[in-house]
Design a protein around this ligand. Structure first.
Ligand code: NAD
Ligand code: ISE
Length: 335
């Protein structure tokens, strides 16, 4: 059975996911696209082999040509399209964040609970990355003992002028929030943000790098160094320190050359290169799940929890204080 996907938002990641759904993933086709930028929608529809173009994302969701919805538009538009998909009873994969605010996420939780079964997954693709899975495997096997400290590194080569110090939390560190929760299997209970010395390579309004410390229910400390303008490439990895050992991963080498008695390793340029295989695995798991009537991927609860932490994280950026995090009660659907 082929799952016909409709994509709302045909920017960078909409196009990237669309290409995978058409060329790489087994069991999927892209039947429809929508973007407020019609020129962009037209270009991507052509690249994807002639998907139908809808002026309005809600019309795309209601179309009988669409079995499942992929929301890859900008964050503030996510909740309306996820809610509309639930209303239509259609499975929906939403890129991070589920929504930028917790009231929007809570509305999605309520709508899905009222619907009675899971339809929503959120694009936290690192859960499908080989390195992160190996670190989780080491913890679960007992090889490193009890988790004590998680060190995370997240570096982008450069960011544009529109990128703000709050976005270090809401756009970038939100991934470490999700990986911390998923690796350790616990909720985050506090966040503190400490600004290090600034790089001269950032726009003056941006605190860069940014350093955060999260604590979890059992007291594990998870630190994140996020560096938006590290210049040298895209570098994302972590080390989990346990009571009898540690598990760590490398930023995968894209290619290496040996010449003039020098070994040079090329590292990824950006998230598309670094996490290409993880995006493919995430999309394949979603599509295969749908073929079997299952909703496979991080749930709307995971989306809510990540947004909750970064919402408090933004307050922690402002205050410099350690801020406590409290959640709404977890509905039975997600337990
Ligand atoms: P982008 O700006 O390249 O693309 C967003 C697209 O959405 C644009 O083409 C825009 O015109 C369109 N859009 C905006 N409002 C719309 C609406 N109401 N209806 C239809 N289309 C609309 O951004 P991007 O980098 O592709 O990011 C998109 C989303 O994916 C963001 O939420 C971002 O956080 C997420 N993202 C995730 C990862 C990841 O690693 N998982 C990486 C990059 C981006
Ligand atoms: C981007 O939106 C992503 O999600 C990338 O994975 C992340 O590395 C980057 O910092 C974000 O801007």
């Amino acid at each position: 059975m082929t799952i016909h996907v409709g994509i709302i938002g045909t920017g960078f990641i909409g196009e990237d996911h669309g290409r995978k759904l058409v060329n790489t993933i087994n069991g999927s086709a892209v039947s429809a696209v929508s973007d407020i930028n019609l020129g962009r929608a037209t270009e991507v529809a052509r690249l994807l082999g002639g998907a139908r173009i809808f002026d309005d994302g809600h019309e795309l969701i209601r179309s009988p040509e669409v079995d499942a919805v992929l929301v890859t538009s900008t964050g503030p538009t996510h909740s309306e399209f996820v809610l509309s998909s639930i209303d239509a009873g259609k499975p929906v994969m939403c890129e991070k964040p589920l929504a930028p605010t917790t009231p929007e996420c809570e509305e999605i939780l309520k709508a899905e609970v009222a619907f009675g079964r899971r339809l929503v997954i959120v694009g936290y693709m690192r859960r499908y990355d080989a390195g992160y899975r190996a670190v989780k495997g080491a913890l679960e096997s007992g090889a490193i003992g009890d988790a004590l400290v998680l060190h995370n590194v997240h570096r982008n080569a450069t960011v544009g002028e529109a990128y703000t110090s709050f976005m270090t939390m809401t756009d970038s560190m939100i991934h470490e929030v999700d990986t911390t929760r998923w690796l350790l299997g616990e909720e985050i209970t506090s966040v503190q943000v400490i600004p290090p010395k600034r790089t001269p390579k950032a726009y003056p309004h941006l605190q860069d790098p940014q350093f955060a410390a999260f604590t979890t229910e059992s007291g594990v400390l998870s630190t994140v160094e996020f560096f938006a303008n590290c210049q040298y490439g895209y570098d994302v990895r972590c080390e989990l320190v346990g009571s009898i050992g540690t598990a760590s991963m490398v930023n995968p080498t894209v290619a290496s050359t040996i010449a003039a008695r020098t070994l040079a390793e090329r590292i990824p340029a950006d998230w598309r290169e670094r996490f290409g295989a993880a995006y493919t695995a995430e999309l394949q798991a979603w599509i295969t799940g749908l073929q079997h009537g299952e909703c496979v991927g991080p749930s709307a609860w995971e989306g809510y929890a990540a947004t909750k932490v970064v919402e408090v994280g933004v307050e922690a950026v402002k205050s410099g204080q350690r801020m406590k995090i409290e959640y709404v009660e977890k509905p039975a659907l997600y337990r």
